[in-house]
Design a protein around this ligand. Sequence first.
Ligand code: UDP
Length: 494
Amino acid sequence: MEANGSSRCNGNGNGYYAAGATAAGELAPHVAMLVTPGMGHLIPLAELAKRLASRHGLTSTLLTFASTASATQRAFLASLPPAVASRALPPVDLSDLPAGSAIETRMSEECARSVPALTAVLADLRRTTRLVAFVADLFGADAFDAARAAGVRRRCLFFPTNLHVLTLMLHLPDLDVAQPGEFRDLPEPLRLPGCVPVPGPDVLMPLQDKSDPCYRWMVHHGAKYRDADAVLVNSFDAVEPGPAAVLRRPEPGRPAVFPVGPLIQSVHSKGGGAAECLEWLDRQPARSVVFVSFGSGGALPSEEMRELALGLEQSGQRFLWVVRSPSDGGAVNDNYYDAESKRDPFAYLPDGFVDRTRGVGMLVPSWAPQIRVLAHAATGGFLTHCGWNSVLESLAHGVPMVAWPLYAEQRQNAVMLAEGVGAAVRVPEAKGRAKIAAAVREVMEGVGRGAEVRRKVAELQKAAADGLRDGGNAAAALAEVVGTWMRGEDQGDE
Ligand code: UDP
């Protein structure tokens, strides 16, 4: 088992203490966090751990699965402060799963099969640290069994996506009974308490084929979430006021829900091309560049990649595009476990495109320092796959979005952003170059819906920052949860 981060050393002067220690040399309260695969899950949990350390003096251990030991992940874990340690769980055999099993199935199976090893790790952490709570993320609810078996007092769910998706997951066991057909065939949009109505085909992708084992897993997780003492959600009230109002009200049989976001990465992730693209941005006028990226794993089919290239060219806007090899012959989330493109992504661009857009466009293979790009004064828009971390990062930096969802909950997020709060313009389906160019221009030039989107995003940026300040909604929600962990320790309740 790999371990990163020593267990008892002094604070490093940044308000952080190494896993296990306080300034007085006493054991600090400690939290174990299980990270299901994907940088999009790891990054916000690591931010939660950092915030628990800097604001509340808690130390943490991030528990990762063997399947995710990519170079990107290792570099990220190594960059965390000493208060945030990590351990990789031993590998589990998944060779019996059919080829082509959904990613959510693989993650859920890996978690369920890791319960015995996790029980041993948690028992060990109880011996060596002052363990006050266990936190699992969205595909890890089976791990509550390990926490219970190891005698960990508090079990929380960390939901790295939003309150709309949480509402759906919590209702899923009932919807499963009440609504036997496929979501995509629903005659009317799906209406859930407080939520923006979602057309059937835009509902969470892993729910779209009820004959796939992945669907059953999701129903299972939705039921299992009710085992948590509390749910911490990486969202904030202003971006989804409807479900925030509903979920903030206590409800018998449902854990208390705490919006604690936006928790976004504060250090830039390392990767090829970082310095080069930032230097390029330094030479561009303020708010003149649209950043184009599909998250840590997303890739387009080659035909859409071609239309996107021609659409960007036609928009006449400057662009910085993280280019991945196309997803032909595989899934749009083909790169999920490893963000590096396997083939030369530039080989798939239209003939002459690179020459024609030289000076206007900057292409980066596979990975860019997204957080620094979004924070850069030259960035004026973000064409995004609507992965929730990307959305939060965009809002936190006041960057209006063009929505181009691919998989997971991204289509739902696009509905909520474009039809609900109004923070994005969505590229209409059958994505051709003209529609792409029009959506990009609306956001970048503030024409059509673009003006209102830009105004709304500025408002949300302020609300997000206010919530995280002392006394803000999100800060108060996290303090309340930490308070229950500490009280649980005083009372010794199991
Ligand atoms: N990211 C990055 N550079 C890239 C692509 C992604 O730094 O080139 C980061 C991005 O800032 C975000 C995370 O990876 O924090 C992606 O998470 P998101 O939820 O947006 O999408 P997912 O990767 O889970 O689909």
